[in-house]
Write a protein that binds this ligand. Structure first.
Ligand code: ADP
Ligand code: ASP
Ligand code: MG
Length: 595
């Protein structure tokens, strides 16, 4: 008998009428011959209401009590859904996280799933019940109630689908699928039939709120196909699977994180170990750092800029306050009026000038870019918040995201041509370990013979990045990493990018011409560098990857010249003569996570 997991989000159970509709949907699936596990979120904005109540009592409520409070939202809805099913003459049993044996670690408000005991659910299903499980919650070893983080019911649903070996995992929500960008922000956004795990993971982590990013980590790791669809109709929505919709489109989606903050630590002595000090102090607060850019100045001092979620700025500044003296840095500046616009696409990994097109689109929309970071399948630009929507629209249009790519495939077409079925035995072995959400790394590798070009004193003005990377593209040079950040002096920025060593002379020549044209301060080229990449799943949410990496390199006296992070890779640029040592150390440090 086939088993399906149906998740219903907050808006899909916002009132009793919607609860009845969700119940009917589950009963229909059961009558069609499936065993049905529902995963349900708190009703409507109930979680926000509970958060607000807590904030009226205390500025810093104990994390344990917060989770105790927030978990009640889901408990209300599962009971009501089960009652609705009973009232329609079918059988249902509601269960809390603890009752489905969903064990987590003890990091309240961001708990990670360790194991799920399927016995009780299976017995209830076999007895003919619809099982209604509370999303978003679990219990730790001491039976404390924990929660998985906002939007975490998606992760509960995908995790249950994985451990139960479900035939389908449906995410029923208030949109009819995944769009090229948030349809509430851009009316011209297009619903896609298919999106790959890698793209969805990046988009979710870059602001596409439709899925909790950790649910996609799960789905990718355990090969669970996800069907995102409307709660309010029976139309097919979007399949999130291993394959992309199009093999050729450079970009498949765009996302906006409106509420970002930039932090710059000024005048950090440029010796190994400084980044490690900064980022471990922040990681200790469980704050995820994004867009990291380090500009090495000529005076032996560096400025380290990064972004954090706006709501975590206060914590971040406090953490830095504590270490400024021991760092020997000059000070900290920040800007809390910035937003991050990103584009994501598997296709960009093999195409030139995708970044240049994004920069040109922003320039034409008169949007100034404060910071840039790129990695293999995403490009992010930090822009003024009051231009965020304009910026999103500009890049969406530049990559024609409103049009279906001519080689786009539907899920049925992909499925038909997909000979390789998921390796069931392999999935089962992986499920037997006791750490479902543990860090999974796939590779630690190096790309030698790289070179870096740095432009200093780049005017912080509209159109400069577009000009620069268009000309480099026209010279036929393939650019790999690009970072732009504050260079501390007179409000200008500094831009570094990497190319193949063989292209260094040509790239420097173009850079020099651009430097003269825009009256920049200087161009510096360096060869003999190597890109070291740690690849895996969910690397940004597992903040320890950055911490361990920095610790290992610092303790070996290895200086990190550039860094770029994504959900799939953490890349650092180091001197080539240290690359072998660095890779060996990381392989050892991450031995347990490498499989
Ligand atoms: P639920 O309560 O069902 O979990 P969410 O509010 O978490 O629903 O997610 C659905 C919302 O995600 C949509 O209403 C939409 O505004 C937003 N969203 C953001 N990015 C996207 C996207 N790329 N595609 C579809 N929806 C998106
Ligand atoms: N109720 C929780 C939230 O609002 C979890 C969820 O809906 O996924 O974040
Ligand atoms: Mg959600």
């Amino acid at each position: 008998m086939s088993l399906i997991v149906q998740k219903f989000g907050g808006t899909s159970v916002a009132d009793t009428e919607k609860i009845r509709a969700a119940a009917r949907k589950a009963i229909r699936a059961q009558k069609a011959g499936h065993q049905v596990v529902m995963v349900v979120s708190a009703m409507g904005k109930n979680t926000d209401t509970l958060l607000d109540l807590a904030s009226q009592i205390s500025d810093e409520p104990p994390a344990r009590e917060m989770d105790m409070l927030l978990s009640t939202g889901e408990q209300v809805s599962v009971a009501l859904v089960a009652m609705a099913i009973h009232s329609m003459g079918s059988q249902a049993v509601s269960l809390t996280g603890g009752q489905i044996g969903l064990k987590t670690d003890n990091s309240f408000s961001k708990a990670r799933i360790q194991s799920i005991d399927t016995g009780r659910i299976e017995r209830l299903l076999d007895a003919g019940n619809i099982v209604v499980a509370a999303g978003f919650q679990g219990i730790d070893d001491d039976l404390n109630i924990t929660t998985l983080g906002r939007g975490g019911s998606d992760t509960t649903a995908v995790a249950l689908a994985a451990v139960l070996g479900a035939d389908a995992c449906e995410i029923n929500t208030d949109v009819d699928g995944v769009y090229t960008t948030d349809p509430r922000l851009l009316a011209e956004a297009r619903r896609v039939d298919v999106i790959s795990y890698d793209e969805m993971l990046e988009l979710a982590s870059l602001g596409a709120g439709v899925m909790h990013s950790r649910s996609i980590e799960f789905a990718k790791k355990f090969e669970v196909p996800i069907h995102v669809r409307s709660s309010f109709s029976d139309q097919d929505g979007t399949m999130i699977v291993a394959q992309p919709e199009s093999e050729t489109a450079p970009v498949s989606g765009a996302a906006l994180t409106r509420d970002e903050a930039r932090v710059t630590v000024l005048g950090v002595p440029d010796v190994p170990g400084m980044s490690q000090k900064i980022f471990s102090a922040i990681a200790a607060q469980k704050v995820a750092v994004d867009m990291v850019v380090q500009n090495v100045g000529t005076s032996g001092k560096a400025d380290v800029s990064f972004t954090v979620a706006g709501g975590e700025l206060k914590k971040t500044l406090a953490a830095l306050e504590g270490i400024l003296d021991s760092l020997g840095a000059d000070g900290v500046t920040h800007d809390d009026q910035v937003s991050k616009v990103s584009v994501v696409g598997l296709g960009m990994a093999h195409q030139k000038a995708v970044a240049a097109s994004m920069f040109r689109a922003l320039a034409e929309a008169n949007v100034n870019i404060h910071m840039i970071t790129t990695s293999e399948i995403k490009i992010s630009c930090l822009v003024p918040r009051d231009q965020a929507n304009q910026a999103l629209r500009a890049v969406h249009e530049a990559f024609s995201l409103d049009q279906r790519p001519s080689d786009a495939k539907t899920w049925n077409e992909i499925k038909a041509s997909n000979a390789k079925e998921a390796d069931v035995a392999d999935v089962v072995t992986r499920l037997q370990n006791d750490a479902l959400e543990a860090l999974t790394l796939t590779d630690i590798s190096i790309v030698p013979a790289q070179a870096r070009v740095t432009l200093d004193g780049v005017p912080d003005q509209v159109g400069v990045a577009a000009d620069m990377f268009e000309q480099i593209g026209e010279a036929g040079i393939f650019v790999d990493m690009i970072v732009q950040g504050y260079d501390g002096e007179d409000g200008s920025t500094s831009v570094s990018f990497t190319v193949e060593e063989a292209d260094l002379d040509a790239a420097e020549k173009v850079a020099r011409a651009i430097c003269d044209k825009h009256s920049m301060r200087d161009v510096r080229g360096a060869s003999g560098i190597t890109k070291l990449s740690v690849s895996g799943i969910g690397l940004r949410s597992h903040t320890q990857v950055g911490t361990v990496l920095f610790e290992q390199l610092a303790s070996a006296g290895i200086n990190v010249e550039m860094i770029a992070t994504s959900e799939l890779q953490v890349n650092v640029v180091i001197q080539s003569d240290q690359a072998g040592d660095a890779a060996a150390r990381l392989k050892q440090a991450f031995a347990e996570a490498l499989n």
